[in-house]
Design a protein around this ligand. Structure first.
Ligand code: FAD
Length: 450
């Protein structure tokens, strides 16, 4: 017998599981199919293990900084297997939490790899299911480029890196994107000698120049070697051989050269593609009615919170709630190195291209009391606003807790507030957020501390 649902979601990552739970809240009969672990890339081999690793590195850094302040400890020793156990405990807590929430909301959890047939039946193992609507949320996997010698040697991807047996001594990372940079920063704080090898002219090319430059200075202070415009001629089991730099020795090689969508699930469906991604309309419907695609499977930001926002949009649209569109301009982009970076909305250049008369204000953390107390006074807050009405168009923060601080600017921006609202907030003291107030005050020429 073919079991029937209102909605079947394929993939239980942050796109899929959030969509399934929200649909169930809206009274739908929902099933979700997952071939590996609930929580997807994000919880198992992405956001969460990488932030746990970063926190471990940050703690090691804090201990050595505390020594400089006069809180003296014996020499630092990293017990890597204990760190790994802690990472796994956090991952398990969160993935178990996802399963609990699915169950609590009466979503049927089906284990196995799903295929979707041309007549929109979902097959898992030897069972067949059907539903009115299907959401494809199968995410992405590491992309491995052809590099001479790579096939003959052992290398890590982000799928394997978080389960290394031992802490590397010398880590070579091919590429300098966000993920590569985050892992480089974490490992350097744990005492690993890190070299980033980037074939493009710079690392972090998705970011604006001031952000890039500040983060690069931070990475260099962590003694991370950054090789840009690198020409890799070959890889051996212990060296990256470069045409234009000295060869780089490693005991661990991480290939972090981007990700590609998991499109296998679409094979039997005759749906339109947008390059390597599944093409969707404004409501994430594919070219096949009743089939939706969200998250890393479609073009745009490959971010967990974007995937979840897509999923909620689909199911609320199906329920006739007419939700607001998911605006890419209100999706934050974060870089979790020890010195964090976060941005949202338009850069000065993009705002000018869009026809705005632009005002850009910048405050720094140098004179911010809380940042000084914490010993983390590097970085800045830049706000891009429209000169005419003070509309907040974009914000770029590099500094302590940047990924949390950006929420305050986003709150004002997303509710269509202006620099006036941002400037009128009475910030707590001492707080990092005072730097946001300073940047907003600077727009009116009334900043006190700069
Ligand atoms: P995924 O999370 O990839 O989930 C897809 C799920 O579908 C998987 O569980 C997979 O097993 C399952 N699946 C695939 N095919 C099938 C099938 N045929 N049948 C059944 N199940 C199937 N994003 C952030 O926002 N913040 C971060 O800090 C961050 N850090 C990251 C760090 C790293 C190291 C990496 C690799 C990624 C990071 N990301 C981060 C990106 C984030 O993980 C992804 O954008 C997000 O997980 C995408 O969600 P998704 O639901 O689209 O897909």
């Amino acid at each position: 017998m073919t079991e029937s649902y209102d909605l079947i979601v394929v993939g239980a990552g942050p796109g899929g599981y959030v969509a399934a739970i929200r649909a169930a809240q809206l009274g739908q009969k929902v099933a979700i199919v997952e071939k590996t672990n609930a929580g997807g890339t994000c919880l198992n081999v992405g956001c969460i293990p990488s932030k746990t690793l970063l926190e471990h590195g940050t703690k090691a850094h804090d201990i050595s900084m505390a020594n400089d302040w006069g809180i003296e400890t014996q020499s630092l020793k990293v017990n890597f297997s204990k760190l790994l156990k802690r990472k796994q405990h956090i991952v398990n807590t969160l993935t178990d939490g996802v399963k609990y929430l699915l169950k609590k909301n009466k979503v049927t959890y089906i284990e196995g790899e799903a295929t979707v047939t041309d007549d929109l039946k979902v097959k898992v193992n030897s069972d067949t299911y059907q539903s009115k609507d299907i959401i494809l949320a199968t995410g992405s996997k590491p992309f491995i480029p052809p590099i001479k010698g790579l096939d003959d040697i052992k290398y890590e991807t982000t799928d394997t890196f978080f389960d290394l047996d031992t802490l590397p001594k010398q880590l070579a990372i091919i590429e300098g994107g966000v993920i590569a940079t985050e892992l480089a920063s974490s490992m350097a704080d744990l005492g690993v000698k890190v070299t980033m090898i980037e074939v493009n002219e710079d690392i972090l090319l998705t970011e604006i120049e001031v952000v890039r430059e500040r983060l690069k200075a931070h990475l260099k202070s962590q003694k991370i070697k950054i090789l840009t415009s690198a020409k890799i001629s070959q890889l051996t089991s212990s060296e990256v051989i470069l045409e234009n730099y000295d060869d780089v020795s490693f005991d661990t090689l991480l290939v972090a050269t981007g990700r590609q969508p998991n499109i296998k699930v679409t094979e039997a469906l005759d749906i339109e593609m947008d390059g390597k991604f599944v093409q969707v309309d404004d409501h994430y419907q594919t070219s096949r009615p009743h089939v939706y695609a969200i998250g890393d499977l479609i073009k745009g930001y490959q971010l967990a919170h974007a995937a979840s926002a897509h999923g909620i949009h689909v199911v609320e649209t199906l329920a006739g709630l007419n939700p607001n569109p998911v605006s890419p301009e209100n999706i934050t982009r974060c870089i979790y190195t020890r010195l964090e970076a976060a941005s949202v909305g338009l850069s000065e250049e993009q705002a000018k291209e869009a026809g705005y008369d632009v005002s850009v204000t910048q405050s720094t953390f140098q004179g911010n009391a809380k940042a000084l107390v914490k010993g983390e006074s590097q970085g800045f807050i830049e706000i891009v606003a429209d000169k005419k009405y003070g509309e907040v168009l974009g914000a770029f923060i590099v500094g302590p807790h940047a990924t949390d601080l950006i929420g305050e600017v986003l709150g004002v921006k997303a509710s269509e507030g202006t620099m006036n609202e941002l400037s009128n907030i009475i910030q707590p003291h001492p707080a990092l957020s005072e730097a946001i107030g300073e940047s907003a005050d600077a727009y009116f020429g009334k900043a006190i501390h700069m």
